[in-house]
Design a protein around this ligand. Structure first.
Ligand code: FAD
Ligand code: NAI
Length: 475
């Protein structure tokens, strides 16, 4: 007889493991199936985010930033650091350890919340009485059943047609996070989030980095003023970003990779690199799910079709995270996971797609929530804008990083905050205040009247809110 659960979650990334925990908190018997293996073949829950995404990339960004500071910024503080060397193997081992701590943390949370964990691949075997049978193929094989199934199978890196990832020379995010030595020349295709974060890591460590971007605009989804400011900073750092290119033949040879492309002026260029990272977006992953067995509807991109509540076309089958529409972000997946568990319990789980923050963890960091100036113009919304530069912020000066600004966009009539955009130091943390404000439908005036600690970077947020009404105090 197959084991029966109230809720089975397929996929143990941020969407899946959080959904499993929330469903268990709500009193359900829950199982979570995840197939990710660590180097020893053991379970490594946490999905892309924990294993080859958010967490390891931030570990490498931190290590490489320390290296950059030791080499270029310590001197201005009066610190002499001679012969600064980077032991790449040690940096990667540290990153692996950070990942393992997160994997172990999730296994602990499953135990604590009495979620039954299955290490293996889950696939639909068919409909069972009032629910679904799921086949689990791990070290052993078994079948489990549940009335409610949450699919959280994530996404995979998109390869360029004709150029498969070998993770030796042609790297996806996976290979990009475990390069054994600093490449002399690194090429990246796609100047999106991964291109900028990974390009930054290896540039800081000494690689000559060229990022080739197909679109003529840099970071098109970001507020134009913020993107321009970020581009200026990246140019100054020596991160070469070529916009409007057309990538042609790619030759993966013994010694490295040759990328043939046409630049924006129409010139044919040959770029030789030791390694190539392809970061041109990700595709939803339903491989091995056997969606056909139950008639689960997918769209033309391979994403599972869901409504606003994450319901699929089948009763009792839900899908969350990267495998469905919407931004591919860990916190979006988590919010959907929680909301679905609550809906299963008859509650009114809700995700506010208008207040999902974005962060790009480069230096300077880029963060935003809500609409950009170009979106407001396109939507015909009358707005007021206020900006405040970190150059005029005391804490930023003390830190030695005055790049960038905070920008507020507020409704011209009601003063309601419509978007907040930041580029600068630690804006990944500062953006939360803007998210809270927007969630509570605050006005720019509300933020302007709140006492912010001095000296703090958050004062730039208050000042940008004051700037909406043209009454900054420190600029
Ligand atoms: P995933 O995390 O992909 O998890 C899916 C899990 O399901 C995997 O463990 C997979 O093995 C498992 N699985 C799939 N099919 C089956 C099956 N049939 N049976 C059993 N298990 C299965 N987002 C952010 O918000 N912040 C960041 O800083 C950030 N950095 C990133 C950096 C990189 C390099 C990358 C690639 C992504 C980054 N992301 C970041 C995006 C983030 O990783 C994803 O949005 C997030 O992981 C999606 O969560 P998920 O649960 O939907 O899927
Ligand atoms: P992306 O969508 O951010 O960027 C892809 C870029 O590649 C785009 O600028 C696109 O125009 C370009 N491109 C596409 N095809 C191309 C081609 N043939 N030639 C040249 N350029 C081409 O995707 P990316 O960087 O792969 O990341 C995937 C997703 O992972 C992100 O969208 C994001 O959702 C998530 N992520 C989030 C992070 C964060 O929150 N800090 C960090 C890293 C990834």
């Amino acid at each position: 007889m197959s084991k029966q659960f109230d809720v089975v979650v397929i996929g143990g990334g941020p969407g899946g493991y959080i959904a499993a925990i929330r469903a268990a908190q709500l009193g359900f018997q829950v199982a979570c199936i995840d197939e990710w293996k660590n180097a020893a073949g053991g379970p490594a829950p946490g999905g892309t985010c924990t294993n080859v995404g958010c967490i390891p990339s931030k570990a490498l960004l931190q290590s490489s930033e320390h290296f950059e500071h030791a080499n270029h910024h310590f001197a201005e503080h009066g610190i002499t650091a001679k012969d600064v060397k980077m032991d790449v193997a040690k940096m990667i081992a540290r990153k692996d350890n950070v990942v393992k701590q997160n994997n172990d943390g999730i296994l602990y949370l499953f135990k604590k919340n009495k979620v039954t964990f299955f290490h293996g691949r889950g696939s639909f075997a068919g409909q069972a009485e009032g629910g679904y049978t799921i086949h689990v193929a791990g070290k052993t094989e078994e079948a489990i059943t549940a009335k409610q199934v949450i699919i959280a199978t994530g996404s995979n890196a998109r390869a360029l047609p004709g150029t498969p990832f070998d993770e030796v020379n042609v790297l996806s995010n996976d290979g990009a996070l475990r390069v054994g030595a600093v490449p002399k020349k690194l090429a990246l295709i796609g100047s999106g989030v991964i291109g900028l974060e990974m390009g930054s890591v290896w540039r800081r460590l000494g690689a000559d980095v060229t990022i080739l971007e197909g679109l003529p605009t840099f970071l098109g989804a970001v507020d134009e003023q913020i993107a321009k400011e970020a581009k200026k900073a990246f140019d100054k750092q020596g991160l070469k970003i070529e916009l409007g290119v057309k990538v042609g033949e790619i030759v993966n040879g013994k010694k490295g990779v040759t990328v043939n492309y046409t630049n924006a002026k129409g010139e044919a260029i040959v770029l030789d690199a030791d390694k190539l990272i392809v970061s041109i977006g990700r595709v939803p992953n339903t491989i091995g799910l056997n969606a056909e067995a139950i008639g689960l509807q997918l769209d033309e991109r391979g994403a599972i079709v869901v409504d606003g509540d994450c319901k699929t076309n089948l009763p009792g089958v839900w899908a969350v995270g990267d495998v469905v529409r919407g931004p591919m972000l860990a916190h979006k997946a988590e919010e959907e996971g929680v909301a679905v568990a609550e809906r299963i319990a008859g509650q009114h789980g809700h995700v506010n797609f208008n207040t999902i923050p974005w962060v790009i963890y480069t230096s300077p960091e880029i963060a935003w929530v809500g609409r950009t100036e170009q979106q407001l113009k396109a939507d015909g919304v009358a707005y007021k804008a206020g900006t405040f530069p970190f150059l005029a912020n005391g804490r930023a000066r003390a830190l030695g990083d005055t790049t960038g600004m905070v920008k507020f966009l507020a409704d011209a009539t009601t003063d309601e905050i419509l978007g907040v955009h930041m580029v600068g130091p630690q804006v990944s943390e500062l953006i939360s205040e803007a998210v809270v404000a927007m969630e509570f439908r605050a006005s720019a005036e509300d933020i302007a009247r709140i006492c912010h600690a001095h000296p703090s970077l958050s004062e730039a947020t208050k000042e940008a809110a004051l700037a909406v009404d043209k009454r900054t105090l420190n600029f």
